[in-house]
Design a protein around this ligand. Structure first.
Ligand code: GLN
Length: 278
């Protein structure tokens, strides 16, 4: 059997054609093939040989299939989340919502958290991991996504504090079912303009109903932002993820609905988060 270090180098070379992070991709696939974590892989690399399945995993990645789908999980906020094509893959940029929630709310011990469009449950469960006294509700219009969120709550030992509801905010009166008085509302709704060009791994493999939000990518904000009034407690805060070019229109919408706003950039210096306070 070939040595793992050499195979990693060759795979990284092959994957550089389709990926911005070819070496990391190769390492994650190799660790998965060996059923060890990446830290152990890097530590033991000189003594490891290549499992037979590795080249098949690399071939899948070469077709732009996301790493998270091939290995069935994605790390977010230091936690492992199960991921399938039914949910959006949690993005590192979305960790900004949790970082800011912790910064703003740590001293206030939030009790009730709502995650709008919870998908894999990543935002809700990451927030619950930071606020041990809190419980939360994740809503989503996809029952397949909620099954993944349930599984994640179980696997992370938070099933007793997380509830998931099948709820479609394009239907009337949805806020009646979601409850009210939330100290923290998190939302990473669909916000991509329907005609936008996405990279192949996103466009071909991720759920379009979690991505696209009408001609200007604003359809879901136009529902969620006016609804916050019914959802937030009088001192509650909402953390809404936005597209890099949406700071102006989403801020205008929030201000028109009577909110004080604060804008935050992600690690790539893109506008990514709008914080809304009543
Ligand atoms: N950030 C995602 C992307 O760039 C979009 C996520 C969303 O629409 N909520 O593909």
């Amino acid at each position: 059997m070939a040595d793992a270090a050499g195979a990693l180098r060759a795979a990284a070379q092959q994957l550089s054609e389709i990926s911005d992070s070819p070496r990391l991709d190769a390492e994650l696939l190799m660790a998965h093939a060996l059923q060890i974590d990446r830290a152990e892989l890097l530590l033991k690399l000189p003594e490891l040989s290549v499992p037979a399945i590795f080249s098949a995993l690399v071939s899948r990645r070469q077709t732009s299939e996301p790493i998270a789908h091939i290995i069935g999980k994605k790390e977010f906020w230091g936690l492992d989340f199960l991921v399938t094509p039914d949910v959006l893959i949690p993005r590192p940029d979305s960790e900004l919502l949790i970082e800011e929630a912790v910064r703003l709310l740590a001293a206030q011990h939030p009790q009730r958290i709502l995650d709008l469009g919870t998908g894999s449950g990543a935002l809700l469960l990451a927030a619950l991991s930071e606020f041990p006294a809190a419980s939360g509700i994740g809503i989503d219009a996809s029952s397949a996504a909620l099954q993944i969120a349930h599984n994640n709550a179980d696997a992370l030992g938070m099933a007793d504090r997380a509830r998931f509801l099948l709820l479609d905010w394009t239907l009337p009166d949805w806020t009646g079912a979601s409850g009210s008085g939330f100290d923290l509302v998190l939302a990473n709704p669909p916000y991509v303009a329907t005609g936008a060009q996405l990279s192949a791994d996103v466009a071909q493999y991720e759920p379009h109903n979690a991505l696209f939000a009408g001609d200007d990518g604003m359809d879901d904000y136009r529902i969620i932002i006016p609804a916050l009034e019914k959802l937030l407690s009088p001192t509650g805060i909402a953390m809404v993820e936005i597209g890099f070019d949406q700071a102006v229109p989403v801020s205008e919408l929030a201000i028109a609905n009577g909110y004080d706003i604060e804008l935050k950039k992600d690690l790539g210096e893109n506008d990514r988060l709008l914080i809304l306070r009543p």
